[in-house]
Design a protein around this ligand. Structure first.
Ligand code: PEP
Ligand code: MG
Length: 838
């Protein structure tokens, strides 16, 4: 480090060359306040290179800080100034410069007790943080505390407490410079996204005294509410309170008129009016809502610091929109200022961060929002609870498709097992239910209907709160905030849409989902998982009958019963989507998911099918597979038992004809799941074409449709060129594609995912954030091969990654046409899409 740059300490004046990258955010912010002619005490910025030199043992170039300690009270404070505020920095050290002489001078002016308090605070903090003496020896208080602390220092250090203000300052600067390189500070800032070698600047500032005669004290003020983002003056003024030093007659005042006690607004209206004026000016000039830190010295005001107001998700939206509407920032900047994920918090209830929380367990935050309800352990109990109008939370080891009805009846879901794409997580996100999965610290005893979390036991019927945003399970009813789908939210998304990023559709299985998708302005349905429609009480028996049928004819008869119901499902979807594209995926899961597994269920099934129990049991066993996710499901089932797809295609086309009568012509999109070979597509296409021709004939109607393929196996991605020849669109099912690329079960990965991410094996959970290096390469390869064969082909992603901002940016950069995600993630995706495009 050359000494030239080390001596580059700069007085913060309007024209000084202060740069955030060298001097840090605080120095730059102070310069802006100085430029606004606010009463900022004299301040100096020490640049990062000088801080490094000081840490390395070079002398502090004091000469460049002229007249330091020459203010009336002769005290200075030192604050960290990192490149970004959230990277923190060593703690502020105040009252540097106090010694026996200044102490006497202060005692004459502000009284001996106050002068003692300031001196004592500095000696204690210097001894502990700079001389690194044992904190226990410096916990003096009471009458002789200052004397005892000075003696203690002398005994331990074999010298008097340093009286030279420049030496004190040099030691403080050295200690703060070195603290920045300590392992804890480094880890903390890296966790906030700072690079390992992030620079630190320091600011040395004359101290304004907040103790003494007349109105003296210190405070903070901000002009918006941190939780709601609405205009509101908040903060406090602490009279006779100087930094951490509490003076004689210390007293806190409200800022604005308040019936509970006196306020600054009443006691010192001039000062209050100045603060309001400064606040308005800071918002306009700094283009940000600021919290201002101020000191009043005998009725005179100083502005010593300003920081960006802390804000909740809803406040961040409200603030960005209000600043754009006031013409302070452009609309596109408002769009860029809100973290897309923050929008998910606005759609649901949230636990009020200000209220106490009794956390009993933690898991993966699988679906955001919060809800309070009584514990139930079965889907049936959930339905009974809903029938009594009692909010309940379904607690399961893991959920299975049969639990869907229970999930519908619950206000939140909690599972002991599972990861971000396990059944419970996917369904809960689709329903907009708060959900925690993989809460492995829980132990569920469904027989005795108890839930154990550590040494606490909860029984069925007891109330808990699920915070799906943080992944925390809370005992009892926590205080909740209402959703905030207000004008600011709509305005921000309208600006986002105007930016024209990648398209956003919704994954919607039911009319309710479709209505949510419309409410959030999705551009269509990108995935309708039709199997969810079969768990209905009316359909399940027909499904089971179909599974047990020996001959195709019998299968067809059973499916005939389902056909009108499916037609109704699709007609409703088409009508709600009013001409927007609707992509319907043909049946995907293995059939055994529709069969009971316990003895009681098997017995009931035997009774309803009028078959001996042994036949039913044998059949169920025959259908069970070692690895059902890689077994007879998706298109493999479609080809082996073609009657199911025939029925679905017919239902889709009949619904197309019906819905087209009622409104805009419908062009359905039919999607084939789990394809791995071109021939599979040809076989299905031939049958679907035949069904289309039959329906056209029978109904004397004309319609078109688009047939596409879900790319969910690595082979389909590699062979996307051939597959594209028969497809109008390809949609990457990145849940299964991730599972198959990694050879990692999406339902079991939760057990070790946190260990893997913790040890850096995976940078992130690949089921949550698209693995751009591996799975991403398959996406790019597949898209490129498909486009080469078929340049106009529509390409999209409909796995859970479609709602993840980083993954959306990847799809945007790859030139995909749209992403499709759970309806409640559509706003997040729209904002992320806009940010990729801006
Ligand atoms: C996928 O695999 O990415 C997908 C969307 O389908 P599912 O989650 O229903 O398997
Ligand atoms: Mg899939």
């Amino acid at each position: 480090m050359d000494m030239q740059s080390a001596s580059n300490i700069t007085r913060i004046t309007p024209s000084a060359a202060i740069e955030t990258s060298r001097h840090g955010w605080r120095a730059k912010c102070l310069q802006r306040l100085v430029r606004m002619e606010l009463p900022v005490p004299r301040s100096y910025a020490i640049p990062a290179e000088a801080v490094q030199a000081i840490a390395a043992g070079h002398p502090v170039p004091m000469a460049s800080m002229q007249d330091l300690f020459s203010s009336r009270d002769g005290l200075v404070g030192v604050r960290p100034s990192a490149f970004r505020p959230e990277w923190g920095g060593p703690g502020t050290v105040l009252n540097v410069g106090i010694n026996d002489v200044t102490h006497s001078r202060l005692a004459a002016h502000i009284g001996p007790e106050n002068a003692d308090a300031i001196y004592l605070d500095f000696v204690q903090s210097y001894a502990i943080h700079i001389a690194r003496l044992d904190p226990d020896m410096f916990s003096q208080s009471g009458e002789n505390a200052l004397h005892d602390a000075l003696r203690c220092y002398r005994d331990e250090m074999d010298e008097d407490f340093p009286q030279d203000p420049y030496r004190q300052l040099a030691e403080v600067l050295r200690s703060m410079s070195r603290a920045w390189d300590g392992p804890t500070a480094r880890l903390l800032r890296q966790a906030k996204g700072a690079p390992a070698d992030a620079p630190l600047g320091l600011v040395v500032q004359d101290m304004a005294l907040a103790l003494g005669p007349g109105l003296s004290g210190s405070g903070t003020i901000q002009f918006v509410d941190s939780v709601t983002g609405m205009p509101r003056v908040t903060g406090r003024f602490r009279g006779q309170h100087h930094g951490e030093t509490v003076g004689k007659d210390a007293k806190t005042l409200y800022l604005t008129r308040d019936e509970r006690g006196p306020s600054l607004e009443e006691v010192a209206p001039g000062i209050f009016a100045d603060l309001v004026r400064f606040g308005i000016a800071a918002r306009e000039r700094l283009r940000e809502e600021m919290q201002i830190e101020f000191v009043v010295t005998e009725g005179r005001i100083s502005i010593i610091d300003a920081t960006r107001v802390q804000r909740s998700s809803r406040a961040s939206v409200r603030i960005a929109v209000a600043m754009a509407l006031d013409g302070i920032i452009p609309e596109a900047e408002a769009v860029m200022r809100v973290e897309p994920r923050a929008l998910a918090d606005l759609l649901h209830h949230q636990v009020d961060a200000r209220a106490p929380r009794d956390v009993v367990a933690r898991g993966i935050n699988a679906s955001p929002g919060a809800a309070t309800g009584r514990i139930v352990f079965t889907a049936a109990a959930a339905q009974a609870s809903a029938a009594r109008d009692e909010a309940c939370i379904l607690v399961r080891r893991e959920t299975v498709p049969e639990d869907i009805r229970g999930m519908h009846a619950s206000v939140a879901v909690l599972t002991e097992r599972g990861g971000t794409t396990s059944h419970a997580a996917v369904i809960a996100r689709g329903l907009g239910l708060p959900c925690i999965v993989g809460a492995s610290g829980l132990s569920i005893d469904s027989r005795h209907r108890t839930l154990r979390a550590g040494d606490r036991v909860f029984r069925e019927g007891e109330e808990i709160t699920i915070d799906g945003t943080s992944g925390e399970v809370l005992a009892g009813a926590a205080k909740l905030l209402e959703p905030a789908l207000d004008e600011s939210f709509n305005q921000l998304l309208a600006w986002a849409d105007a930016a024209g990023g990648i398209g956003v559709r919704a994954n919607a299985d039911t009319s309710e989902d479709a209505l949510t998708a419309r409410k959030f302005n999705a551009q269509g349905i990108g995935l309708c998982r039709t199997e969810h429609m079969f768990f209905d009480m009316e359909r399940l028996p027909a499904m089971r009958e179909m599974i047990f049928a020996d001959k195709p004819e019998d299968r067809r008869l059973a499916l005939q019963r389902i056909l009108p119901m499916q037609r109704r499902d699709f007609t409703a979807l088409f009508e709600i989507m009013a001409g927007l594209p609707v992509t319907i995926r043909l049946f995907d899961p293995p059939l055994h998911e529709f069969l009971p597994h316990d003895r009681e269920g098997l017995r009931e099934l035997a009774e309803s099918l009028d078959l001996p129990l042994s036949d039913v049991t044998r059949r169920v066993e025959a259908l069970s597979e070692f690895n059902p996710m890689l077994g007879m499901r998706g298109v493999r089932l479609g080809i082996t038992v073609p009657e199911i797809y025939d029925m679905q295609a017919r239902a889709i086309f009949e619904a197309t004809v019906e819905a087209s009568h009622n409104g805009d012509p419908v062009v359905p999109e039919i999607m084939i799941p789990l394809v791995s070979a071109m021939r599979e597509v040809e076989l299905v296409k031939n049958r679907v074409d035949a069904v289309a021709a039959a329906v056209r004939n029978e109904r004397h109607a004309d319609f078109t449709y688009r047939l596409g393929v879900m790319v969910e196996t690595p082979r389909a991605a590699l062979r996307a060129g051939d597959i594209a020849a028969h497809s109008a669109f390809l949609s990457f099912g990145t849940n299964d594609l991730t599972q198959m690329t990694y050879g990692l079960s999406r339902d079991d990965a939760g057990r070790f995912m946190s260990t893997y991410v913790g040890q850096g094996v995976y940078a992130e959970d690949p089921f949550h954030i698209l693995d751009q290096d591996g799975v991403g390469e398959l996406l790019l390869t597949g898209a490129q091969r498909a486009r080469k064969q078929h340049p106009d082909i529509t390409i999209s992603v409909c796995g859970e990654h479609g709602g993840n901002p980083e993954s959306i940016a990847f799809c945007h950069d790859a030139g995909f046409n749209y992403v499709s995600c759970s309806p409640f993630r559509v706003p997040v995706a729209r904002l992320a899409a806009a940010q990729s495009a801006i």
